[in-house]
Design a protein around this ligand. Sequence first.
Ligand code: GRF
Length: 195
Amino acid sequence: MTDKTRVMILLSGRGSNFIALADDMAVNPHHQIIAVASDNPKATGLDYARKKNIPLLLLDYNAGRAAAEKTLQEFIAREQIYYILLAGFMKILSPDFARQFKNRILNIHPSLLPKYPGLDTHQRAIAAGDKEHGCSVHIVDETLDGGPLLAQRAVRVLPNDTAGSLADKVLALEHELYPFVLQNIESLIKQEHEQ
Ligand code: GRF
């Protein structure tokens, strides 16, 4: 039987969302992080994985995306990973990869999607004069930051907010949102499909 508790994290940098997920699962082991993968061997997020003895998988994109994704696919099959959690992973997965793992790849994005897919979300929210900003967790499909939404958290944008202050506030919300989504993943996906 499929074990849906087996997850892996993909990151490229700081890894604070990975740390929030790992710390949550250390208290409440609703899922298990089987490995952390990165396209960037210098990602500081990998230090925490090393500290916690979580296996690492390095994805070499120098040989092209197809080769890197093949490594990842083989790992997922061998280790029977169910959910693939993108947490600051800066590579775009191929449409084929997204289709192969339909409803099994999640991503956290620092905006209230469908607003501001892509980069510089905090600056764009300020420039647009938004009164509210936040973060989203969504299912990854073939579109960039465009798959079905599972949950969001919002914060008010204050007149003196800068891109930096907003980023800090939104990041704190991200650290609550991603663990919440994973804790409730089966019911959130079911709800989304019923909509
Ligand atoms: C977060 O803002 C996340 O929403 C975005 O990339 C950033 C990653 O931060 N996708 P971290 O590496 O988890 O600290």
